[in-house]
Design a protein around this ligand. Structure first.
Ligand code: FUC
Length: 810
């Protein structure tokens, strides 16, 4: 018989293991590559920890490390060509339209290939050279603790246990590296900063300095940057040696690093204060604090956000906590159960958002915040034809609305430059952003007709402004964003043309993001009129603008006119050729039927005009589209598809897509690590390939979408709308998911059925909810609530701000 005391211990132990398996990234060796290193960040400063025991490398990032500068990317005479391009499209002369567009209707200059466009890049490497490297390393372990945002590397050498802890503090705005040896005075290493180009270094006393200036492009000077580091040790010595520091005879050492640039976001036409004094001040302030206080402040700040949500999948017990994360990916791909891996991925996504996006700062870019390159892929910019938006899909649903703020602000910042672009190209009112942007607020079309003409980038961003309102209803905020929506709607309605064949209104000229069509006469092109995605974004934008105006009681006449336009927009069509949702206004063939973008399903997710309840036929066509596109694709494409299947209520296919996203995107043949294909790297970064962070965020949102939805008519809250039948998912609990109209939920389920759900009202709005059979709604004090029924198990009731309502069985 086991004594109760031991039983409790055993239970505690297994809970600890379970908890670690969904909270920790684990490695049994140092990183050989960036995609094995551990990311940390405070929304501005980032660090990637390699955990090497010979030469330690920590890649440092600062989110404003952008080359290039403000420019006028608009062609002043572009508008003269607009009517002809539009007429050619109306006459089905797509080839001629595209040729003319390429000549006169792309960005001025080289666009994203130009040096003035700029690119995001590494700040520097922090290198620690360990002086005692003879003797074998044993007991090596490297852990990223998601719940405290702390990276820990431990190892033994020559009978000494070493420990390195790294965190990036938001409260103190510095990177901290704490080194410890269990033997007195055993720490012996050098510290230096390294940057391949455009920087100078110096060392003096216990401090290191780096200063530099990026290329502004086109002969202009770019932003200035600086880093400053102090090494503090209570028992050893620190001395400057060349451009580095030597630490000796210490058992404890704290490195404090500050960094800054003079990018003056959002007033980027001016420069901010000189960066070195800023960085230095931050370091000096932190140096006055004891490291346990620095750590405590950091953890408290981080957990304020991170602890809002928690997912536990308990359908099966799997004991994987002591397995390296890379191995877990490999095992999972081989079909071995790992109930905690999806929860770990979910937690990692929230972790990344808190770490890469903080109010007042720049939004998370294609790299989030983390890059080791001097020339990042796709400039590490803000792609507006899905990627930037996908970064923010989890923000509202997983309870991180503050982290949404950088994107909302960024959208507002595009209005002024976007008005100029709207004038130059379309002679229209309002504002437009095309397919990509930068901290320099680029809004012109891209330089290539085959992908650069998407003119709904800004309109898509407006969805985020509106959704923030839906999740956090607040009239003052609505008033603030209304002019942005209005400007986007003015532009959209201004540039519509009539399709002579149908009389519908359509955007022109545009692209269906990056896909190529083949016309009946064999022209393979991209320039088009009214791609499905543009029309869906338009219906959403106009619908939201009309609703906002109605709530605010403004612009009555204009909003009625918007309603008229909205009704005439080219509708969703089912392709006679494929049975899927038609991607272009005409039923063209796709050059690449399995193209990564599934733009014609924008209306299914993130927008919700296509859904099984309200539009069953179009939802069936959407399913067909997904079958035709297939389950492969780039990392972010797979993440998008999880969301699609979740919205279609197919939990099994959603899980299949999640598994496809979690496919190891690496090989370790002969012990050598190589990146390979799309999926997931050992540090759980998403592989486009290469690393691109959008897939991490897209899938985090998708996991939420599998467990709770509040879209469609009335934003009805539906629990477990796409729960997989897979055993691991059959039982579990989720806390902290949010629903539209200001509700916070917590719920649990067993054997695939909801057992209890709590809905807390933060805004006092009416609650619409789908109540499973046999369940009842209870209000304050456990009293059964009087609800109005709507059919299909849907009920609604009034709520009071701050009150909770519970769904349970009688
Ligand atoms: C879009 C995608 C690409 C890539 C790039 C950054 O253009 O089509 O796959 O993700 O953004």
């Amino acid at each position: 018989m086991i004594k109760p005391f031991f039983l409790v211990l055993l239970l505690l132990q297994s809970f600890r293991l379970l908890a670690q398996a969904d909270q920790n990234l684990l490695f049994d060796k140092p990183a050989t590559h960036f995609t094995e290193s551990l990311p940390l960040g405070n929304g501005r400063l980032g660090a990637m920890v390699y955990g090497r025991t010979g030469q330690e490398r920590i890649v440092l990032n600062e989110i404003a490390m952008w080359s290039g500068g403000v420019q006028n990317p608009n062609r002043p005479d572009a508008y003269q060509y607009l009517p002809t391009i539009q007429q050619l499209l109306q006459q089905e002369k797509n080839k001629e339209a595209q040729q003319l567009l390429q000549q006169h209707f792309t960005s001025a200059g080289k666009g994203s290939a130009g040096s003035r466009f700029g690119n995001y890049q590494i700040l520097a490497d922090l290198l620690l050279d360990w002086r005692d490297t003879t003797g074998a390393v044993t007991d090596y372990k490297r852990t990223l603790h998601l719940d405290s945002a702390l990276a820990v590397t431990e190892w033994k050498r020559g009978g000494v246990t070493y420990r390195e802890e790294v965190w990036v503090s938001y409260p103190q705005q510095v990177v901290l590296v704490r080194l410890h040896s269990n033997k007195a005075g055993a720490l012996r290493f050098s510290v230096k900063l390294h940057r391949q180009e455009r920087a100078t270094f110096s060392a003096s006393g216990n401090a290191l300095t780096m200063q530099g200036q990026l290329d502004g492009g086109e002969g202009e000077a770019g932003i200035k940057f600086a880093a400053y580091l102090q090494a503090l040790t209570p028992d050893g010595s620190v001395a400057a040696n060349g451009n580095g520091l030597e630490v000796q005879g210490a058992s404890d050492c704290l490195l404090i690093l500050g960094a800054a640039t003079d990018l003056n976001w959002p007033q980027v036409a001016q420069r901010g204060p000189a960066p070195l004094p800023v960085a230095r001040k931050q370091v000096e302030a932190a140096a006055k604090m004891a490291w346990p206080v620095l750590l405590k402040n950091h953890v408290a700040d981080f957990q304020k956000y991170y602890n809002r949500s928690a997912l536990h999948l308990t359908g099966i017990a799997t004991n994987v906590a002591d397995q390296p994360t890379a191995q877990r990916l490999v095992r999972y791909a081989a079909g071995q159960p790992d109930a905690q891996l999806p929860a770990l991925y979910y937690n990692f996504g929230r972790y990344l958002l808190i770490s890469s996006s903080r109010p007042g700062g720049l939004p998370a870019n294609l790299q989030g915040l983390w890059a080791e390159e001097y020339r990042t892929p796709w400039n590490g910019d803000y792609h507006l034809n899905i990627n930037l938006q996908m970064n923010y899909w989890p923000a509202e649903v997983t309870g991180l609305p503050e982290m949404h703020q950088p994107l909302l602000d960024f959208t507002k910042e595009l209005v002024a430059p976007g008005q100029k672009t709207a004038q130059a190209y379309y002679h229209s009112k309002g504002w437009v952003a095309h397919m990509f942007s930068t901290p320099w607020k680029f809004t012109a079309p891209g330089e290539d007709a085959s992908w650069g003409s998407t003119l709904t980038g800004g309109a898509w961003l407006c969805q985020h402004l509106w959704q923030h309102y839906r999740f956090n209803p607040n009239k003052a905020y609505l008033k603030e964003i209304y002019p942005v929506l209005k400007g986007a709607a003015q532009f959209y309605t201004d540039i519509l043309v009539e399709d002579p064949q149908t009389g519908w209104l359509a955007t022109a000229p545009s692209n269906s993001p990056e896909n190529t069509y083949i016309t009946a006469d064999g022209f393979a092109g991209q320039t088009t009129m009214g791609p499905a995605i543009d029309m869906q974004i338009g219906r959403e934008l106009l619908g939201n603008t009309i609703e906002a105006a109605a709530i605010l009681g403004v612009d009555k006449v204009w909003r009625d006119s918007l309603q008229q336009v909205k009704q005439r927009l080219a509708p969703n069509q089912v392709s006679a050729r494929t049975g899927g949702v038609q991607e272009w206004l005409r039923d063209y063939k796709e050059a690449e039927p399995q193209h990564r973008h599934v733009s014609q399903l924008y209306g299914l997710y993130p927008y919700d005009e296509i859904n099984p309840l309200d539009t069953p036929e179009m939802a069936a066509a959407a399913r067909k589209t997904l079958e035709l596109r297939g389950d492969a694709g780039t990392g972010w494409s797979r993440a998008w598809k999880i969301n699609f299947w979740a919205r279609l209520g197919d939990g099994d296919h959603a899980l299949k897509m999640l598994q496809s996203l979690l496919m190891p995107a690496f090989t370790t043949q002969d012990g050598t690590y190589k990146m390979a294909g799309a999926g997931t790297y050992p540090n759980l970064f998403c592989a486009h390939p290469p690393f691109q962070i959008d897939g991490n965020f897209g899938a985090t949102a998708a996991i939420a979408e599998m467990l709770l939805q509040s879209n469609g008519h009335h934003a009805v809250i539906r629990f477990l709308p796409a729960l997989p039948t897979d055993q691991a998912w059959r039982s579990g609990s989720m806390k902290g998911l949010r629903a539209r109209n200001g509700f916070v939920t917590a719920f649990s389920w067993h054997a695939g059925k909801l057992t209890e759900a709590r809905i807390t009202s933060t805004a006092g709005e009416e609650c619409y909810v789908q109540v499973p059979e046999g369940m009842q709604v209870y209000g304050a004090g456990g009293k059964k609530l009087k609800v109005k029924t709507l059919g299909n198990g849907m009920v609604h009731f009034k709520t009071r701000r701050g009150r909770s309502y519970v769904l349970r069985y009688l």
